[in-house]
Design a protein around this ligand. Structure first.
Ligand SMILES: [Zn+2]
Length: 486
């Protein structure tokens, strides 16, 4: 990002000159909210209420998009400057409450200097005119270039490589996307369509989510797509977005979603959003992602002859399960990721057991055998080691998937299936559309079980070694001398 603001350029120059009369305003610096894994993610002093983001796409997915990001927020502190997370785009102008504001980029923060300080408790409205570059963000993701356009994959820390934001799941907000693209393309985003207008060669699609969303779960798809609609349980509108040429090929998978929804609702209760669907992207992402109301899947998952159908469906169920665990109930810090992935893996494994005949107990026994090694490599489930600086995806290690589903299995063994089922339902009800962390989970588990589980869960969540498995005293973990397979 280039420095284009004369006032802040002067501040920066002042800060680098020794012995200068103390500059009234210190140099811009990146701030964070103290996330143990991503210290510069999120920003203190305000709470975002709503984002309204407009992208204009030229039709060439190598070119930057023009963008206008409007942020409505409430100041929680007096703010002389406002830090947003943003990188890899060019900022053209910033206004605060309609008045031009100075700004500067520092590392992955955009620091905004309003004309006058913002009082604690007051509402503020920030508008950033910028570009959003799908090429510069590159392998760090954010934008994903597909064969026919773009999709988005922001987890964990890449939303701010697409748009300026308070890029932390602890600050959920309402989202509106306004997508302008050549009108022979189709643009879709999270939530439901609220407007579609066409003028000349371009069209604009507007989408709004009914529920708050974490920045990491934003989704925008632009391409030669077919939008496939059907109805799910209780009349829930379902909407899949697939490459237009693949509509028939994908149909056998897409039509499974209503059954997956019924299956999940039977386990944990009503689906918490206003719509659901699959976004099938012709891109090699190497992952699927639970983007809110429109989960991202790579096309190749559905065309591999080597994968049995129940396996593919169990992955579909994994992303769907995240809509309760991770999307509706959002982690307070990234160290709480085990709650998202542990539960999504749990329902994936249960679905595989019920439909593919793969016993959950066998999968958990194998996870137990590997668990000590996973903990040694990635840290315990609730205190994972930070990801490698050059590979943020390295946070997504086995210990947060099967290694964390194993914690849930241990808990079910300890408190019984009835209390465990009650805990699952209470968790997604008590914290619906809010933020919750590990201590909340331990507290609720104790309340449901009717006894303090802090000691029991501490070893499972924070121990370097895997505790003994209740009901399976013969299970062993870790050392190769155990003779257990990896
Ligand atoms: Zn997952």
């Amino acid at each position: 990002m280039s420095l284009t603001s004369p006032r802040l350029r002067a501040v920066l120059l002042a800060a680098t000159s020794a012995g200068l009369i103390a500059a009234a305003v210190p140099a811009p610096e990146p701030l964070g909210i103290g996330d143990p894994l991503f210290p510069h993610l999120g920003n203190p002093g305000y709470d975002v209420l709503a984002y309204d983001i407009a992208f204009t796409y030229t039709g060439d997915n190598r070119k930057p998009l023009d963008a206008l990001t409007k942020i409505d927020a409430r100041a929680t502190d007096r703010l002389e400057r406002i830090n947003l997370d943003f990188a890899y785009g060019t900022v053209r102008s910033v206004t605060v409450d309609g008045r031009p504001a100075d700004f500067a980029g520092t590392q992955e923060d955009l620091v905004v200097l309003p004309e006058r300080p913002v009082d604690a408790g007051s509402r503020l409205s920030i508008a950033v005119t910028h570009t959003s570059d799908p090429v510069a963000a590159g392998a760090k993701s954010g934008w994903v270039r597909t064969s026919d356009g773009l999709a988005m994959a922001n987890q964990a820390d890449a939303a701010h490589r697409v748009f300026p934001c308070n890029d932390h799941p602890a600050d959920k907000a309402h989202f509106t996307f306004r997508l302008t693209a050549p009108k022979d393309l189709v643009a879709v985003a999270n939530g439901r369509s609220v407007a579609h207008t066409a003028t000349g060669p371009a069209a604009t699609w507007t989408y709004r989510g009914a529920e708050p969303m974490a920045t990491e779960l934003a989704q925008v798809s632009i391409g030669r797509s077919a939008v496939v609609r059907r109805t799910g349980p209780h009349g829930l509108p379902l909407r899949d977005v697939v490459p237009a040429a693949d509509r028939e090929l994908m149909e056998p998978w897409l039509r499974r979603t209503p059954d997956h929804l019924r299956w999940m609702e039977d386990k944990v209760g009503r689906y918490p959003f206003e719509t659901y669907g699959l976004l099938v992207a012709d891109a090699a992402t190497g992952f699927e992602l639970e983007t809110q109301t429109l989960s991202l899947f790579e096309r190749g998952l559905f065309t591999r002859p080597d994968l049995p159908g129940w396996h593919v469906e169990s992955i579909m169920v994994h992303e769907l399960a995240h809509h309760w665990f991770g999307n509706s109930v959002t982690p307070r810090t990234w160290s709480d990721l085990w709650i998202n992935e542990g539960h999504a893996t749990w329902y994936e494994a249960l679905y595989a057991e019920e439909t593919g005949g793969v016993p959950l107990e066998r999968r958990m026994r194998d996870a137990y055998a590997a668990s000590d090694r996973w903990r040694a490599a990635g840290g315990p489930p609730a205190a994972p080691r930070p990801p490698a600086p050059d590979d943020r995806m390295s946070l997504f290690r086995p210990v947060v998937y099967d290694g964390s589903a194993l914690v849930l299995y241990a808990l079910r063994q300890e408190i019984g299936a009835t209390a465990f089922g009650e805990l699952q339902r209470r968790w997604v009800t008590d914290h619906a559309h809010a933020t919750a962390g590990t201590t909340d989970f331990v507290r609720l588990a104790s309340a449901v079980a009717g006894r303090d589980l802090t000691g029991f869960l501490h070893g499972w969540l924070h121990g370097e070694r895997t505790p003994p498995m209740p009901g399976h005293p013969d299970w062993r973990s870790g050392a190769p001398s155990d003779g257990k397979p990896a």
